[in-house]
Structure formats: structure tokens, C-alpha cells
Design a protein around this ligand. Structure first.
Ligand code: NDP
Length: 303
């Protein structure tokens, strides 16, 4: 594992040549990182004009995906979605290739793509990028990528993969990179839905959003460590130990949140999915506990 290692210090002594399929916003940032670290890079993009600017920076632009795949053993794919990966690689000879899929997908897509690649004679890693393009190759940005699948492939190419962003290998199950990626993104959605609601509450008042933002950030940062306690509760199965703010108190507090939304003329549609879940868990007799046990209500597989 290489966490956010600086590109300048992670390039192997003899930089591994690689192929990159997809020079969209993310693919271009990745290509520039590897080129900047001295890796010979062959690129292909469906719309060739989008790949051509990289030629001036030292990349070889291939005429087809099959030609690009034939150029190097290490093949990195960063396309729009899983369907585009299947489409782009349809005619390519993958035997003996090391295929690293940086395209965002679901865990099931990662597993199916791994079986698909193995059936074609390739080793496979799936990945989930925890960064936006400007964070790539910036060691201070905190950018990293989850990888899962072939441990041998990861071990062999970790140094090269660490050039654009830190690497976190999360297991041999090729679905795990996507699962970690999507779990984090889902948590982010929840956080930003709360942020949007908070801004909506103050929007029509004499409160300057840029004055309010630091308060919001420091509050979210102060609350974030509660995630560790939630994890401990999930591991122990004990949701009633050392409770600071029990569910009954929080449900009572929600009434104030909902009433304030109404007073401010703000829709509560981002709040109510969560507050309703809390009410259901309270009704099920968990008022003395923390909220973590509510995962039971989200578990569709046990129903
Ligand atoms: P872009 O929309 O900029 O680029 C999409 C790329 O996919 C282009 O190269 C496009 O080719 C190609 N493509 C789309 N459909 C097909 C197809 N059917 N066959 C072949 N190629 C196809 O997206 P990004 O580069 O930003 O994203 C690429 C991946 O990176 C996505 O999976 C995204 O989720 C992931 N990612 C992106 C982040 C971001 O902030 N941008 C953050 C984290 C992950 P063409 O130029 O011809 O249209």
C-alpha cells in the first residue's frame, strides 16, 4: 500500500511502459502523471482528437484499442462506465495482459469484468478512484485509488500505479474496490445532502454563506470521529454501551429540525428519509441505544 506517495519519488528506476485507454478528464490527468514520471505511455481514445494533445507531451497515440492493448503488457482502462469497457476491449487480444480497470462501476460489474478478463487470459485488478482530476499527481491532495483483484498484479505494478495517486489494495475479491469506492461516495452524498439543507435554511436570512461555511466544516469535522464508534458498535453488536446521545433524544431533536425547516420555508425532503428511519427504530424499542443499529432496517437481504 502506498498512501498518496509523491509522483516524483514513486517512479520506478526503469519506468514501466503502459497503455491507457480513455483520455477523458480523468484519463488525461492520469496520462500526464505517468508521462511526467517518465513512463512510456500509449494512449487510445474513441474520439482521437481528445488523445492527440498528449502526443506533444510524449505519448504514442494508437489508432485502435486493440493496437494500444498490443503495445504494452500493463493496460489501464479509464472509460465512462463498464459497458464502454466491454465495447472498447471487444476486439483486443488480452492474453498475457495485466488489465487495471479504473472505470467506476458496481461490485458485481467488477467481479464480472474480472471473470471476463481471466477467461481471455489476462490478470485483472478493478479500481475506484477517490479523487477528481486536479488532485491527480498532487501528493498534497490526499488522492488515492482502491484496488482489488489479482494480488500478484498489484504487487508487481504497485509502484507504477502509485504515480498518479496513492494506492490502497483492499482484497482479492475484485468487487471490493468498487464496494469501498461506492460506500465512501454514498456517505459523501449523505453529507452533501445535509450541507445543502443547511445552506437552504440560512439562504433567505442576513447570513453570509462564506461566513457560515467555516462553521459547517468545523462541525462536520468534529462529528466525523463518531464513525469510529459506530464501527465498534457494529463489530461488537452492542449498540447500547456508553451512549452520549440516545435515539429517543435524537428523535425529539428531529422535531425541532423539521419545524425549523417549515419555519424557514425549506423542503424537508432531504431530512425525512433519515428522520423516518429513526422513528421506525425508536418504535421498534431501541430508544436507549445509539443509531448504528438502524443498519438492520436497511438490510434488504434478511427480509
Ligand atoms: P469523461 O466523460 O471525461 O470521459 C469519458 C471517457 O470514456 C472518454 O474517453 C470517452 O471517449 C470514453 N467513452 C465513453 N463511452 C465510450 C464507449 N462506448 N466506448 C469507448 N469509449 C467510451 O469522464 P472521466 O474521464 O472524468 O471519467 C472516466 C472514469 O473515471 C469514469 O468511470 C468516472 O466515474 C471515473 N472517475 C472520474 C472522476 C472525475 O471527477 N472526473 C472522479 C473519479 C472517478 P470519447 O472522448 O470518445 O467520448
Amino acid at each position: 500500500m502506498t498512501d498518496n506517495a509523491p509522483a516524483s519519488t514513486t517512479a520506478p528506476r526503469t519506468p514501466t511502459p503502459l497503455t491507457l485507454l480513455g483520455t477523458g478528464a480523468m484519463g488525461t490527468a492520469l496520462a500526464r502523471a505517468w508521462l511526467g514520471a517518465g513512463h512510456p505511455v500509449t494512449v487510445w481514445n474513441r474520439t482521437r482528437a481528445r488523445a492527440e494533445p498528449l502526443a506533444a507531451e510524449g505519448a504514442t497515440v494508437a489508432a485502435s484499442a486493440a493496437e494500444a492493448v498490443a503495445a504494452n503488457r500493463l493496460v489501464v482502462v479509464c472509460l465512462l462506465d463498464d459497458a464502454s469497457v466491454g465495447e472498447a476491449l471487444e476486439g483486443a487480444e488480452l492474453t498475457g495482459r495485466d488489465l487495471v480497470n479504473l472505470t467506476t462501476g458496481t461490485p458485481a460489474q467488477g467481479r464480472a469484468r474480472a471473470a471476463w478478463a481471466q477467461a481471455r487470459g489476462a490478470r485483472f485488478l478493478d479500481a475506484g478512484i477517490m479523487a477528481v482530476p486536479p488532485m491527480i499527481a498532487d501528493p498534497r491532495s490526499g488522492a488515492y485509488v482502491f484496488y482489488s483483484g489479482s494480488p500478484e498484479l498489484f504487487e508487481e505494478h504497485d509502484e507504477t500505479l502509485a504515480v498518479p495517486a496513492g494506492t490502497r489494495y483492499v482484497g482479492a475479491d475484485p468487487g471490493f474496490a468498487a464496494l469501498h469506492d461506492v460506500a465512501l461516495l454514498s456517505a459523501m452524498d449523505g453529507m452533501f445532502s445535509g450541507v445543502l439543507h443547511a445552506f437552504a435554511l440560512i439562504r433567505r436570512e442576513d447570513i453570509v454563506p462564506t461566513d457560515f461555511a467555516p462553521l459547517l466544516v468545523s462541525w462536520l469535522v468534529a462529528m466525523a470521529p463518531a464513525v469510529h464508534k459506530a464501527a465498534e458498535q457494529l463489530e461488537s453488536g452492542d449498540h447500547g454501551k456508553d451512549i452520549v446521545s440516545n435515539l429517543a433524544m435524537q428523535v425529539a431533536g428531529n422535531a425541532t429540525l423539521l419545524a425549523t425547516a417549515e419555519e424557514q420555508g425549506v423542503s424537508a425532503e432531504l431530512l425525512t428519509p433519515y428522520t423516518s428511519l429513526m422513528e421506525r427504530w425508536l418504535a421498534a424499542g431501541h430508544g436507549d441505544e445509539d443509531t448504528t443499529g438502524m443498519v438492520e432496517l436497511l438490510d434488504l437481504r434478511q427480509k
